[in-house]
Ligand binder design. Sequence first.
Ligand code: HEM
Ligand code: VT2
Length: 472
Amino acid sequence: KNPNQPPVVFHWFPFLGSTVVYGMEPYKFFNKCQEQYGDVFTFILLGRKMTVTLGPKGNEFVFNGKHADLCAEEAYTHLTTPVFGSGVVYDCPNHMLMEQKKFMKFGLTTETFKAYVPLIKDEVVNYFQTSPFFSGQSGKVPLSTAIPQLTLFTASRSLQGREVREALTTTHAALFHDLDMGFTPVNFMFPWLPLPHNAKRDKAQKAMAKLYLDIIKRRKSGEESKKEIDMIWNLMNRSYKSGETLSDLHVAHCMIALLMAGQHTSMATTTWTLLHLAAKPEIQKALYDEQIKVFGKDLAPLTYEKLSELQMVNNVVKEILRVHPPLHSIMRKVKSPLHVPDTNFVIPSSHFVMAAPGVSAMDEKYFKNAKEFDPFRWVGHEADEDNAEKFDFGFGLVSKGTASPYLPFGAGRHRCIGEQFANVQLGTIISTLIREFEFSLPPGQKDVPLVDYNSMVALAMAPAMVHWKRRA
Ligand code: HEM
Ligand SMILES: N#Cc1ccc(COc2ccc(/C=C/c3ccc(C(F)(F)[C@](O)(Cn4cnnn4)c4ccc(F)cc4F)nc3)cc2)cc1
């Protein structure tokens, strides 16, 4: 027994350790361990030693850890590189990822968001006008099927660009599905397994990369006039500080990374939002009344400027991300023995560390009635983040203090750069659907479905059926 190592969670079998009980119900597992061992403990995940650090201090320890001590690329590259492609995100040194994130942020400006809102709205309207799930005056829709399509169409039409939007519903629809099937935690455990889905993933990755390369080539030949402002135009011809250019192939791989990032997080968040609204008609009413208040009784068209006035929408999204943060486990590889502040523990470099910000976000200590979905709890906390001290890791200012119980977009050097785009996409989708429909849970169903943790993000258990009625 090593005197100053965190306690190891009891388990029957070596290698397997706590994999199944963690994999099936991470939060139940984390809360049980927290009661038994406190905020810092080690469990075995398929032979890997995962040291979990919970609570605001635990979040700070992982998110604000020095890059020399805690390495994200070693924790994630097996999961992401086969899907995204080589040379970007976790398949390159961290300083290059910081510059890639800077380039990405250059393509996520208020000017682009102003252009994206009508594009996203049109995709939502087009979807429910053509989808068989939305014919007639009322009906029911399996969100697990409909929402992934809705988020794919809205994100590809705006951020990805028109050609990608077209390809994803025609020539590349099946390829996207094969690539998406490769984006699963099982690969995280066994990336090298020659499973059939891995062969399909690799074939799909190459075909998706080729789609982007063809688009880039066409645009460089001057055939396309630069009418639209999508992320491909933004990333083309970018150069690192070293003078090295971001190659067309690496632009393609960055685009695949952004496609995966946005798709999984947005589809999970949109699905949970509609389920909780279906369970609480009074919140739907508050959202509808706000649309009238901000856009007038004839419901003027949505604009980016007006989106920020929709406090109810913003509070609903904040509360959804508190109760259902898409990424439940944030991991890093320990590079050198690391002392955990305020404890006697030293974590050896054979371990991984894991933060689970969702545990403190659901802790009664920080949120009254934590289990309750209550968007009104955020009223009056709109601008908490603005006056925090900030720091720049190379892709813009992020808040320096990260000892917060609520970090759905992470913090520090690996903080999300998609938050604003996500809020524009979610705000536009929710506003457009609320104007058109009233939602309810299937008769007899009291609460939202259970969580399916076997995907890359915390999804609602399929089919996640809701009933809808067209508003008068
Ligand atoms: C509700 C939506 C989203 C949530 C909750 C979310 C959450 C997160 C979190 C928690 C991290 C930190 C991961 C870590 O520390 O290991 C992160 C990083 C990141 N996210 Fe998001 N994300 C969302 C949407 C997006 C979108 C739409 C994009 C792209 C358009 C995106 C791109 C990224 C990138 C590039 C990183 C940086 C990874 C790194 O630096 O290691 N995310 N996100
Ligand atoms: N047997 C078994 C068995 C055992 C255990 C389990 C359950 O185990 C787990 C463990 C971890 C996890 C999820 C963590 C995790 C981390 C990183 C990423 C990411 F890198 F991919 C991401 O941050 C994602 N992201 C960010 N913003 N938007 N998307 C990202 C970054 C940049 C980028 F450009 C594109 C990106 F998309 N994704 C997910 C899920 C399940 C199941 C089965």
